[in-house]
Design a protein around this ligand. Structure first.
Ligand SMILES: [Zn+2]
Length: 292
């Protein structure tokens, strides 16, 4: 499942093609993905110009020139690719015919001649059209936590969000109503960098007076570091993630603990081994020696 860095990578790949372009033709090839498409989806988008392409949590937000926002979620296996109109349709390439064009569900043809195609084999993705004015009151966004890549995440924010919580730190970090877009991979990586056990109580990052501990400052910093490095690497390509130009992300080669059970801890001088435990149904990877 794409996490925040993968979605941000897709946003940065699509932005130059999409911003300022008009949607001259929209081809919707099925009635639904995870949910039905909005009513009159094609008619509401055709002729609209895209003014901006933002992101909130794992949602891509295309601001349209009629004050509506096209909201797009990649689900488990969604991806976008950009093609030039002049390029031969993939289906016509004979022996090189790509099987996965069967999962091309939406195509946006742009005034610039480019085409943006949404492909999603498992169809857990979805699209919505929501008025900009009420976007953040919509049920999709009402309870979404702070942005870990924005300026909101610091030690004080972690202390405020986690104070008094007996839940494991890992679970609190994955709670999307507290922090938006963090998933299993980047939480595992950040906790290793911070030297914090995923099993430690979340509330231990706040002092009795509610002020952040030194550990809270460190954790906030490494979360941002990990996410920024992952975005710079084009995200992590584990199953389906590709950037919009088709390139793979390569942050998976930088994993210190995620999916590395049994490997030596990469921290200099530690000598520990990466362990795997299951916490609330999700695998946690960590070093029992240097993560406390
Ligand atoms: Zn270690």
């Amino acid at each position: 499942m794409p996490e925040l860095p993968e979605v941000e990578t897709v946003r940065r790949g699509l932005a130059p093609a999409l911003i300022g372009a008009q949607l001259v033709f929209v081809d919707q090839r099925r009635p639904d993905l995870r949910f039905p498409f909005p009513e009159n989806f094609v008619a509401r988008l055709t002729g609209r110009r895209v003014e901006a392409l933002g992101r909130r949590a794992k949602y891509l937000l295309a601001d349209l020139d009629d004050a509506q926002v096209l909201v797009m979620h990649l689900g488990m296996s969604g991806s976008f690719r950009i093609e030039d109109e002049s390029a031969a349709p993939r289906g016509d390439l004979g022996p090189f015919k790509r099987k996965d064009t069967a999962h091309d569900h939406v195509e946006f043809r742009l005034s610039t001649g480019k085409r943006i195609i949404y492909n999603d084999p498992r169809r857990f993705g979805f699209m919505q059209i929501i008025p900009r004015k009420t976007l953040f009151e919509h049920p999709l966004f009402r309870n979404v936590g702070i942005e870990p890549l924005g300026n909101e995440l610091d030690g004080a924010a972690l202390a405020r969000l986690f104070a008094g919580k007996a839940a494991p730190l890992k679970a609190a970090l994955l709670d999307q109503t507290l922090i938006a877009g963090l998933g299993n991979i980047y939480v595992s990586e950040a906790l290793h960098r911070a030297g914090l056990s995923p099993r430690r109580a979340a509330g231990s990052l706040a002092r009795k007076d509610g002020k952040p501990t030194e550990r809270a400052h460190v954790l906030a910093r490494v979360i941002r570091d990990v996410l920024e490095e992952a975005v710079a690497a084009g995200g992590s390509s584990l199953r389906d993630h590709r950037q919009a130009d088709g390139a793979l992300g390569y942050f998976q080669h930088s994993f210190r603990v995620y999916d590395r059970e049994g490997a030596a801890c990469p921290r200099a001088g530690c000598g520990g081994t990466v362990k795997r435990v299951v916490q609330s149904g999700r695998a946690s990877f960590f070093c029992g020696s240097c993560q406390r």
